[in-house]
Design a protein around this ligand. Structure first.
Ligand code: URP
Ligand code: ZN
Ligand code: ZN
Length: 468
């Protein structure tokens, strides 16, 4: 073998088939060697006290999405990918969100303009379909799927995004023909509307009331409805950001029946509860935790853990959707203090996703390293058509690597994070096990708090179809 560019020696490595101490050789940005030989290389790195894992893939993040007239998302592509890299990620999948009336192609071009030259790590877009016109379904989606946009999200709630049942079924039908994967935001629009109006009339308007107006039953009903529609059309379905036991039980029920339903959950559903939305004393501080679906209770957290442990969930994503808290163009937008209805939905989390799962899962012996890697990297790569280029340490794969120090203990602190938000919902959470280096295609981009490359090394990836 020609001289390697880099040999990473003696790390504890999770490969496709086993966990053990291996040397990883890198040549031209790819993994060129995996084994125990001490080969020649220009650079040798001793990783003997570290764990070396495939770089994280966060397949559910929102970046620079238009969020209404007076609201600005806290991250652009530069800050989001920087924050992601510091959290051990080498790829993110943000959404290109269609605004009603807009051509999908135009929408995708807009996001490329925002991302181009501004990415620390690799990036690929899912689409959000908010306006399934005949032109969109008949021409734009087929053309875009050929160009590698092989997954899209639809919503069962939100005024500007909701699709009715017939529209959902029509979109599912197109996905079947194109073999693209549909992701569903499963919360029932009408029941939320009914409950929100009722709570407002009763004067219950604090941010906290975002949670009881979107109770688990609303998510459970929509999850079952989405699964039923998918069953009618006969397509696989991805239920995103599953928050609670009731929706999880619908997914288990479907899986038991042999229906192809996949699902993801997120840090907020194992670390937060709806009590966090109460703030200090039912005050506006609760807006920091307003996201949809909302966090639930301790029992639900346990249920979500059971799904992470037993394999029900394929993916652990962040649903990073950052707004600034002390900002009239963020959580504190006009009207937000008069009703929970006007508080922007979403919380930041791309940088803390993997440390939280490592600490709460691996360090506390709930899941092993192999499962951690599946949930945070390999399964996202397979689910969204990037495997084996991404998501695995294997000869021929991109040398996307994260070095973890399993013994490093540090509390999550806004001061240490790189996102554009001015708070983290996980402030003060003690973490055991942090990513200390992130490597993108053989380049060390993040090293113990410092960024060691330019901000434009990330590339856009067009994707294959799901191989799940
Ligand atoms: O509250 C959330 N999760 N906002 C982000 C948009 C979405 O539904 O994923
Ligand atoms: Zn959603
Ligand atoms: Zn989301």
């Amino acid at each position: 073998m020609n001289n390697l560019d880099t040999l990473i020696e003696n790390g504890l490595v999770v490969t496709e088939n086993e966990t053990g101490h291996f040397n990883i050789g890198i040549k031209d940005g790819k993994i060129a060697y995996l084994g125990d030989e001490n080969l020649n290389a220009e650079f040798k790195i001793n990783a003997s006290d570290l764990i070396v894992l495939p770089g994280g893939i966060d397949p559910h993040v929102h970046v620079d999405q238009p969020s209404g007239d007076d609201v600005i998302m806290a991250d652009n592509f530069q800050s989001a990918t920087k924050s992601a890299a510091a959290g051990g990620n080498t790829t993110i999948l943000p959404f290109a969100m269609q605004i009603k009336g807009q051509s999908l192609r135009k929408c995708v071009e807009d996001y490329h303009k925002k991302a181009q030259g501004n990415m620390y790590i690799d990036t690929s877009f899912h689409l959000i379909i908010s306006d399934p016109t005949p032109q969109v379904l008949g021409q734009e989606l087929p053309a875009l799927s050929k160009d590698g946009y092989t997954s899209f999200k639809v919503f069962m709630t939100y005024d500007d995004l909701v699709l009715n049942d017939k529209e959902l079924i029509e979109v599912f039908d197109v996905a079947k023909q194109l073999k693209t994967l549909v992701m569903v935001h499963a919360e029932g629009y009408d029941s939320i509307k009914y409950l929100s109006d009722k709570f407002e009339k009763e004067g219950k308007t604090a941010p906290y009331y975002h949670a009881p107006t979107r109770p688990q039953i609303v998510e459970r009903e929509a999850t079952h409805r989405a699964i039923s529609h998918a069953q009618i059309v006969d397509i696989p379905l991805m239920i995103v950001h599953v928050s609670g036991e009731e929706a999880l039980n619908q997914i288990r029920w479907a899986k038991d029946k042999g229906i192809k339903v996949f699902s993801e959950t997120c840090p907020q559903y194992i670390c937060l509860t709806e009590d966090d939305l109460k703030g200090l004393n039912m005050d506006f501080e609760g807006a920091k935790y307003v996201c949809s679906p909302p966090p639930r209770d301790k029992n639900s957290q346990e249920a979500i853990w059971s799904g992470l442990i037993d394999g029900t969930f394929e993916i652990f994503s962040s649903d990073h959707c950052p707004f600034r808290f002390k900002d009239k163009q963020g959580k504190d937008r006009p009207g937000a203090r008069t009703s929970f209805k006007w508080v922007p939905n979403g919380i930041p989390g791309v940088e803390t996703r993997m440390p939280i799962l490592f600490s709460e899962g691996v360090s506390k012996n709930k899941i092993d390293l192999k499962r951690f890697v599946e949930l945070t990297s390999t399964n996202p790569a397979k689910m969204y058509g990037m495997y084996p280029q991404k998501g695995v340490i294997k000869v021929g794969s991109d040398a996307d690597l994260t070095f973890w120090d399993p013994n490093l203990k540090k509390k999550i602190s806004q001061n240490d994070l790189h996102h554009g938000s001015d708070y983290t919902p996980y402030e003060g959470l003690e973490i055991t096990g942090w990513p200390v280096q992130t490597w993108l295609r053989g380049n060390k981009i993040f090293d113990n708090g410092e960024f060691t490359t330019a901000n434009n090394l990330g590339k856009y990836m067009s994707r294959d179809f799901s191989s799940f």
